[in-house]
Design a protein around this ligand. Structure first.
Ligand code: G3I
Length: 459
């Protein structure tokens, strides 16, 4: 009897255990063996490092069908190298080219298959070497096939056979007058026009098949004294301005392709209209009136609004595009906007430039980077032009040009640099800073890394 009872107890226990281990709710697969989770690749230090790239490799991962490679300018991967945000790679290595010299890069990789993506590998950092070969001498205008490359000039530079003349004809397809096509130079006293300097610049351009961008019809800083101290009525003041705009556009019709009709009308601080003599005498709609005067004088010329800090001062940026929206809403003739681009080796960021550029493109405007120079010594912390700042300047120019070059062709006009050689720059004279090297050519007319950066931005 006892044996019977014990036997039954054993059967009951075994049966229960069997049931437990095999009771499978048809919907419950928690006890089915799972495939091994996809492992992360082990990334190796970069090899074959040179001035514009390196080779990056990693270990094979079991069950991986492919790999995704990230390369960025920071170890938080907020700023990816173009084309390297999760780039799909079949092999266990990638040869990376087209990078900036002497620049830190951060790499990570992950494995993927149809079911999952592995965790990221560790991050490796590598620094490209400094380029030590001669700078390429390709002419800027030859490399720039979809927009003009301009330069700010002074009439005295345009003597036939001068070094300025030689480089201008080789490198540039457009010119702007740095100051000699402004009102204080052309109409220094009421009704007395001095066309000599403006004619010299326009005649040089026409003779050499170079575009002229007119700068600038109305600017509070270049209003002649007689206009600033005008004693007639507001209507008479407005007529003076209309007469000036009409005279200039009539004289240069068919020779000057575009004009900055109004320059720097918006305050830096709060985005309000500056209290210039133009606003005071002609009213808040003086900008619209000046564009109308210009269009009435020349039905074909391109009419621009031009200002500075458009990429970095978002209050001002918003105000500028509100102003342009008002002009467009009221059918005021405006064709384009100029971002002066007096920038620094470390600012603005690509994202800041893109944000502002997109606003111009959205409004179907022509965009002119109208006064590009790149301060390398804004804080006056260097007394010689260091290689590190030269490379940073080159990389910033490359970013600026590449961002501009990526906009639609219909929105392109020109990138104009504000002078030829470093010691020509207004930043030295007007900012009393002898230790500044902001342009594409050095003081001996030699090509700088900055010139190479411009070319690389066109790649
Ligand atoms: O060349 C003459 C010289 O012969 C004379 O003795 C001397 C004293 O009057 O003047 C010299 O001309 C000066 C010129 O710069 C020299 O390049 C002008 O007076 C001076 O007014 C002029 O300043 C220009 C400034 O605009 C005002 O027109 C700067 O060159 C020019 O770089 C600057 O450019 C402006 C843009 O138009 C608008 N965006 C900002 C940018 C920088 O301020």
């Amino acid at each position: 009897m006892k044996i019977n009872f014990k036997f039954k107890i054993c059967i009951l226990i075994i049966g229960s255990l069997f049931a437990l281990t095999n009771c499978t709710d048809p919907g419950d697969d928690s006890n089915i063996a799972k495939p091994i989770a996809l492992g992360s690749p082990i990334i190796n230090q970069a090899t074959d490092v040179n001035s514009n790239g390196f080779k990056i490799s990693w270990t094979r991962v079991y069950n991986a069908e492919n790999y995704e490679l990230d390369i960025a300018l920071n170890n938080t991967f907020e700023s990816y190298v173009t084309g390297y945000q999760g780039k799909s790679v079949t092999n266990m290595y990638e040869e990376v080219n087209g990078l900036n010299e002497s620049t830190n890069y951060f790499c990570r990789v992950r494995a993927i298959n149809s079911n999952e993506t592995s965790k990221n590998s560790a991050i490796i950092q590598t620094t490209t070497l400094e380029g030590n070969g001669p700078e390429p001498t390709t002419a800027l205008k030859d490399a720039s096939t979809t927009f003009m490359v301009g330069m700010a000039v002074k009439a005295q530079q345009l003597t036939n056979g001068s070094k300025y003349d030689e480089i201008l004809k080789k490198e540039f397809s457009s010119i702007s007058a740095e100051y000699e096509m402004k009102m204080n130079i052309i109409e220094p006293t009421k009704g007395n026009y001095d066309w000599s300097k403006a004619d010299a610049i326009v005649d040089y351009a026409v003779a050499n098949g170079i575009n002229v961008h007119g700068h600038a019809l109305v600017w509070h800083e270049s209003a002649p004294d007689w206009l600033k101290n005008y004693t007639g009525t507001n209507d008479e003041f407005e007529q003076e301005v209309k007469n000036y705009i009409t005279a200039v556009l009539t004289r240069y019709k068919g020779k000057v392709a575009s004009w900055d009709v109004v320059n720097e009308a918006i305050n830096d601080t709060d985005g309000s209209l500056r209290n210039s003599v133009y606003r005071e005498k002609m009213g808040d709609d003086f900008v619209a009136k000046c564009f109308e005067f210009a269009r009435e004088a020349d039905p074909d010329v391109l009419l621009f609004y031009n200002d500075y800090s458009v990429t970095t001062n978002t209050t001002k940026q918003t105000a500028i595009f509100n102003l342009i929206d008002d002009l467009q809403t009221n059918n005021t003739p405006i064709d384009g906007v100029g971002f002066q681009m007096h920038i620094q080796y470390n600012s603005p960021s690509i994202d800041q430039i893109k944000t502002a550029v997109d606003k111009a493109v959205e409004r179907d405007l022509k965009l002119h980077f109208s006064e590009l120079d790149v301060r390398v010594n804004p804080d006056k912390d260097i007394t010689t032009f260091t290689s590190e700042r030269a490379i940073a300047q080159k990389n910033k120019i490359k970013e600026v040009v590449a961002t501009y070059n990526a906009i639609p062709a219909k929105n392109k006009y020109a990138i104009t640099v504000w002078g030829m050689k470093d010691n020509d720059s207004w930043l030295i004279s007007h900012h009393n800073n002898a230790n500044e090297w902001p342009l594409l050519f050095d003081s001996n007319f030699e090509i700088k890394k900055a010139h190479t950066g411009f070319l690389q931005g066109l790649d």
